[in-house]
Design a protein around this ligand. Structure first.
Ligand code: 8X3
Length: 265
């Protein structure tokens, strides 16, 4: 899209799943004039993605790879200054990093899981947004730039076995909706993309690499691919400035709510 030309895009959790697909999708959509900052804990994976993007679209997309754990506030606060100068003028932040480990119910959720999920899914998103907003706010008309949140059906519809995860996604949904209102007098766009079932490493991690349990979640289903979600993210970022895709709920065709899922078994 024309509107993406010259933009600098920062993606968290870019080493796999939706984040990885979003990196490729931006590169494919605007292959001649784009800067991508790919962040995640797993830097080797980011380097492979960087190489694969170069091979696919050539040198028109400049890629900066940066190790980042969004759950560590000191890493987030130092992030922008640690980027090469020509990558610091960020236009689009994709707050993608997030996870869940386990399906324990209170009172059995391990303390470490509570702390890590909250630090990544909630505090990490808030801190990343705070780190990048000053860049947006320096631009004319009160500011320009996109904050794109990866929400979830879990943030709209709490379900059994999801207390902590649903609470984390609902927290960010509230943060997002309040932020959009606070930025009403600017050109900063606050965008939420909320998928249901997507085939990523999410369920491997949720079920702690118990293959059988992870596979059972999508048994007889045809989940979205991470590319499907990436297309919507990039579409939203590519709209002309006055268009805000504020809120998008995405399902595969056999899903109609968090728990209303048609399985062909
Ligand atoms: C993950 C999707 O349905 O497991 O955000 O909550 S779900």
């Amino acid at each position: 899209a024309r509107t993406l030309a010259g933009k600098t895009i920062l993606i968290t959790g870019a080493s796999s799943g939706i984040g990885r697909s979003t990196a490729f999708e931006f590169a494919r959509t605007s292959p001649s004039n784009l800067k991508l900052i790919l962040t995640a804990r797993r830097v080797e994976r980011l380097q492979e993605i960087c190489k694969a993007i170069r091979e696919e679209v050539g040198e028109g997309v400049e890629v900066c790879v940066k190790g980042l754990d969004v759950s560590r506030p000191e890493q987030v606060s130092g992030l922008v200054d640690s980027l090469p100068r020509d990558f610091q003028d960020i236009d689009v932040l994709v707050n993608n990093a997030g996870f869940m480990s386990g399906v324990e119910r209170p009172p059995d959720i391990p303390q470490q899981v509570i702390d890590d999920v909250w630090a990544t899914n909630v505090t990490g998103v808030i801190n990343m947004t705070q780190a990048v907003l000053p860049i947006f706010k320096k631009r004319p008309d009160g500011g320009r730039g996109d904050v794109i949140m990866l929400g979830s059906i879990a943030g709209r519809e709490p379900y059994v076995g999801g207390t902590l995860y649903c609470a984390s996604k609902t927290a960010i949904r509230s943060f997002t909706d309040a932020l959009r209102k606070e930025l009403i007098a600017t050109r900063i766009r606050v965008i939420s993309v909320d998928p249901g079932q997507v085939l990523t490493e999410f369920n491997d991690i949720r079920y702690r690499f118990d293959r059988e349990k992870a596979d059972a979640v999508y048994a007889g289903c045809n989940p979205l691919s991470p590319d499907d979600v990436a297309e919507v993210i990039v579409f939203a970022a590519g709209r002309r400035e006055n268009v805000v895709l504020a809120d998008t709920l995405m399902f595969p065709s056999h899903q109609a709510s968090a728990t209303h899922i048609h399985r062909r078994l």
